[in-house]
Design a protein around this ligand. Structure first.
Ligand SMILES: Nc1ncnc2c1ncn2[C@@H]1O[C@H](COP(=O)(O)OP(=O)(O)OP(=O)(O)O)[C@@H](O)[C@H]1O
Ligand SMILES: Cc1ncc(C[n+]2csc(CCOP(=O)(O)O)c2C)c(N)n1
Ligand SMILES: [Mg+2]
Length: 321
């Protein structure tokens, strides 16, 4: 099977490639065309996933299809954008019909659940990697950026932290666990759920937001820098799952939640008056700290002692001392 038959069979024919809101022209021409309502801005983000770096290889291609789109769409959630479309650049060493079929099915499942259409991409031969670019729309001036956090705001997250990082030894086949522990952890690694509805609910309320991909401390550092404030994280407030605690114990659960990454949960800052209404409407909002004047990120233990670690999160090309 050649390049064009592959594209036609597995991607152009997929249910998620049959158009949708805002898609004026999809797969098949030199560009796709997206239509935006008047007064809306286009939100654009791209993510590359490399075999052995971002996901275990070999792995279940259906799960990879889900995960590759979820991590990309998570950036739209973080901006409070409404999802529209995505492109897929696939580099693969060979054409394996079954692999491609199941990858496309996983991609399609996540596309349907997020409401995005596949509008184009690129297909090349080489070591397995996937680059997904996502497009969303947001009313002009209403996107949630990293730069508006104010001293006095609460620092919040949209769900449990550390589950995906805790799953890594299971993913890599280094450890095993009972299904009651393994299943919820693996679900967070393979099928993160972009917090799109929460992102929309935070528009006009959160002063800054982002999604946690590298780890809470590292990613809070980006908000702190962009907003020129200090973020204080209180370790005893971290939302940790029973499965994570049972699998790795409290100390390692803290490490996973603070600097493991792969959470794809929103982190955001909120004026205190906005908290109760959001919680009353059952939005998953967990206060994990606060915003102060100053700079950087500080981690406090339950006694208020500064226990900020040197390593804050995942970084490609990190220099080892
Ligand atoms: N090679 C590049 N050229 C131009 N801009 C880049 C490049 N790499 C990253 N960026 C930009 O730098 C900023 C930070 O990138 P980063 O990848 O950390 O953000 P992110 O997408 O939220 O994180 P993650 O990739 O972990 O989801 C983003 O605005 C991103 O678009
Ligand atoms: C097999 C395997 N080993 C390690 C990890 C951990 N990991 C890799 S990249 C990354 C940060 C996000 O990437 P980026 O910043 O490029 O978006 C994290 C937490 C993984 N997911 N799979
Ligand atoms: Mg992000």
């Amino acid at each position: 099977m050649g390049e064009f038959e592959l594209i036609r069979t597995y991607f152009a024919a997929a249910p998620c490639a049959q158009g949708g809101e805002g898609i004026a022209l999809g797969i098949g021409d030199d560009c796709a065309l997206l239509a935006l309502p008047a007064g809306e801005q286009l939100a654009v983000s791209t993510d590359t996933l490399v075999a052995g770096v971002h996901f275990a290889d070999p792995c279940d291609p259906f799960l990879l299809g889900q995960r590759s789109l979820a991590v990309a769409v998570s950036d739209l959630a973080a901006m409070g954008a409404h999802p529209l479309a995505f492109t897929l650049a696939l580099t693969t060493p060979s054409v394996e019909a079954d692999w491609l079929q199941r990858y496309a099915q996983g991609l399609n499942a996540m596309a349907q659940s997020c409401g995005v259409g596949l509008v184009g991409g690129d297909t090349t031969r080489g070591p397995l990697s996937l680059t997904l670019t996502v497009f969303g729309r947001v009313p002009a001036g209403q996107a949630l950026t990293r730069s508006g956090a104010q001293p006095g705001d609460l620092l919040c997250v949209g769900g449990e932290l550390g589950n995906a990082a805790g799953a890594l030894p299971l993913v890599l086949g280094q450890r095993t666990a009972d299904a009651a522990i393994a299943e919820p952890l693996l679900a967070h690694y393979w099928s993160p759920q972009p917090q799109l509805a929460l992102g929309l609910a935070l528009r006009g309320k959160a002063t800054a937001a982002m999604d946690i991909s590298d780890g809470l401390l590292a990613d809070c550092g980006h908000i702190a820098k962009a907003s020129a404030v200090r973020l204080v994280v209180e370790r005893h407030r971290l939302p940790l799952s029973a499965a994570l605690l049972a699998f790795v114990g409290e100390d390692q659960a803290h490490v996973a939640a603070l600097s493991g990454g792969d959470d794809y949960v929103l982190a955001f800052t909120l004026p205190p008056s906005e908290l109760a209404p959001l919680q009353a409407d059952s939005w998953p909002v967990h206060v994990v700290g606060r915003v102060e004047a100053g700079q950087g990120v500080t981690l406090l233990d339950g006694n208020g002692q500064d226990i900020t670690p040197a390593v804050r999160g995942y970084q490609h090309f990190r220099q080892t001392p």
